[in-house]
Design a protein around this ligand. Structure first.
Ligand code: ADP
Ligand code: MG
Length: 301
């Protein structure tokens, strides 16, 4: 397996690969796609924990919009919201009035007369984003219907439009925590997400899921692919062995986050990890430094 530096593959080569599956007009990312990161990988690998931690790190410099695109909706807890507040959240796929207002069709009631496939959702974050603190908001998407190709559900159209819309928001970092892969949001994500963090356990199965997620993200035009081995207990040898299993001819970075019992506390919020001594925080910091080298403390003016 080769780990290529980004510079070893030209823009043209990458675009040629991507163009095979996405029409050109959907490919042009806005200039600030750097600000948007999608987090994928097999269930239970640590995506939500890492997303929450990154949000807390990024808020030091930026406004952060954390998007929970996993139907399990764990992210609000990881971000420190209490149970009652989380219970009050109505995920976007359940906002039936809004969906009807914007798409012209009420979920579950068949087609509206004037169904909009391109609903205006520019107000979605202001209306439904929940503030965690002064700088972090969270948007909970809810369950996307997966009735396969050709599912014409208004709620799917809405969620798709929301992903497209957040893909062009300015002046904030967007972190999108997903269920497993980027499949469901493929085209919407292709426009505007500059980075994919693909989280894997140190297991063969998990790394297989990661390899296909990396490939998909790459094929969708995401330029920064970051493979992260989480809960590493034995160290680099084990990870290197698994890296050999990845048959993906694309450039990516590799990071390791050690297992730390302090992460797995009863309190699902990760905020305590920001101030407590632990092995998780410095490793996630290292990952962030790879994604945004200019943010490294020593690089700041
Ligand atoms: N580095 C780590 N060390 C110890 N436990 C971890 C680590 N990273 C995540 N965990 C724990 O693993 C479990 C799954 O993490 P989670 O973020 O919910 O995964 P996912 O979102 O991918 O399903 C949680 O209990 C979390 O506290
Ligand atoms: Mg999760």
């Amino acid at each position: 397996m080769k780990i290529m530096a980004f510079t070893q593959i030209s823009e043209e080569e990458r675009d040629a690969k991507v163009r095979k599956i996405i029409p050109r007009d959907n490919m042009d990312s806005p200039d600030n796609s750097e600000n948007r990161i999608v987090i994928t990988g097999k269930g239970g690998t640590g995506k939500t924990t890492i997303t929450a931690m990154l949000s807390y790190m990024l808020e030091k410099n930026h406004h952060v919009l954390a998007v929970d695109a996993d139907p399990q909706m764990n992210l609000p807890y990881a971000m420190g919201m209490d149970k009652n507040a989380v219970k009050r959240i109505i995920p976007l796929n359940m906002q039936v009035d809004y969906i009807e207002e914007r798409t012209g069709a009420r979920p579950g009631s068949g087609w509206g007369e004037f169904l909009s496939l391109n609903p205006d959702v520019t107000d979605v974050v202001n209306r439904f984003g929940v503030k965690i603190d002064d700088r972090i908001s969270i948007l909970v998407m809810g369950t996307l219907h997966k009735s396969g190709i050709g599912c014409l559900c208004p709620e799917n159209d809405l969620l798709d439009a929301v992903v497209r819309h957040i893909s062009i928001r300015n002046n904030e970092n967007i972190l999108m925590d997903t269920e497993a892969g980027v499949e469901h949001f493929g085209r919407a994500i292709a426009r505007g997400f500059g980075h994919a963090i693909v989280v894997s356990d140190v297991t063969f199965n998990s790394v297989q899921v990661a390899a296909s997620a990396m490939k998909l993200a790459w094929d969708l035009g995401i330029k920064g692919i970051h493979l992260v081995f989480n809960r590493v207990e034995k160290g680099t040898d084990e990870v290197n062995e698994l890296l050999g299993e990845i048959d993906a001819d694309l450039p990516y970075t590799v990071d390791m986050i050690p297992y730390d019992g302090k992460v797995k506390t009863i309190n699902p919020s990760v905020k305590h990890l920001m101030t407590e001594e632990n092995a998780f925080l410095p490793a996630v910091k290292e990952l962030l430094n790879k994604i945004y080298p200019e943010m490294r403390e020593e690089n700041r003016a």
